[in-house]
Ligand binder design. Sequence first.
Ligand code: ADP
Ligand code: MG
Length: 381
Amino acid sequence: MSEVAAAFRALYGYEPEGVWAAPGRVNLIGEYTDFNDGFVMPLALPHTAVAAVARRADGVLRLHSADIAGPVVELRTEGLEPLSGAGWAAYPAGVVWALREAGHDVSGADIHLTSTVPTGAGLSSSAALEVVTALALRDLYELPLSMAELAGLSQRAENAFVGVPCGIMDQTASACCTEGHVLHLDARDLTRRQIPFDLPAHGLRLLVVDTGVQHALGDGAYAERRAGCERGARELGVRTLRELSYARLPDALRELSSPTVRGYVRHVVSDNERVARVAALLDSGDVWGVGPVLTEGHVSLRDDLRVSCAELDLAVEVAVASGALGARMTGGGFGGSAIVLVEEAAAGAVSKALVSAFEKAALARPRLFEATPSAGARRLA
Ligand code: ADP
Ligand code: MG
């Protein structure tokens, strides 16, 4: 019996019906593009949220996380209210709410979970929590829902129940990624393509640098960027910035009066183009060629969208200066993590340079680990 199942038994006094896992993710390229109907390219991490779950017929939902000090949270499935707070429990409770809203008869559950996805590090621990809950309930209640539909319901939970206006990337990555691949996702029609991303075969590694910082600034900034992108689209007479081709970008920029919005539009349109370029490079087997595109993406996030911060800039700058092929912040920014594409032989030197640069700048030691493209959500037992 797995540890999580044993903990469920100790907590609730009976055996769970099953155990499920859903991963966190890093995004290789395509940032702040999903809510503009654009393109993204995430990969799943080996880090997962794992949940032991059993159904209940009595309308009670009990939630417990091994990672949060505190008692079991007990709710009633009928009384679930969006934006009611509930702290961490809002993520799984929001999924139950979204399933029921969509007409699925989820009558209750006991859930115990734990996660190895670092929280608040830009690695989507929240999506992992939602997707593992959604998948467990789908399987137990035999709901006719695809993985992509589970991702959509999980996003709805985060948007409407928790109150975070995220796009569709994180939940889709957690639900739909496959081992050894990046996921090319068109956020407009949700078309997915798994692209092989075999780093060892090319003598490469993808490192994650978790800066450990999360600047408060990030909270309102995401909504502000969203609003700015919508304003840009309106002024340019397109439904979303996705409709704007890269070829039309120079003309479009001349039509925009606000320099801020001009920067947002340039970032989104150019990052969509970078996703296309990375897809073409991977398709042609040129994984090394991806490096400079990542760094280009970082400059765009730093200077045009302005969602980076000193710690992320330092990580990228030091990684590239010490021999990485490319690097960029990943996720929402204002702290969190950067990714670094590096030759296997240079990985040690780059890691050392990062640690010593952070030390020199009197910053907390960054957490470094390797991102191996891992499996999406699945049943474990
Ligand atoms: P990210 O998704 O980038 O990690 P978020 O702020 O979106 O950051 O989500 C983090 C939140 O998700 C935490 O504050 C907590 O409420 C919830 N969470 C994540 N992992 C766990 C866990 N193992 N147990 C309980 N809650 C968790
Ligand atoms: Mg999140």
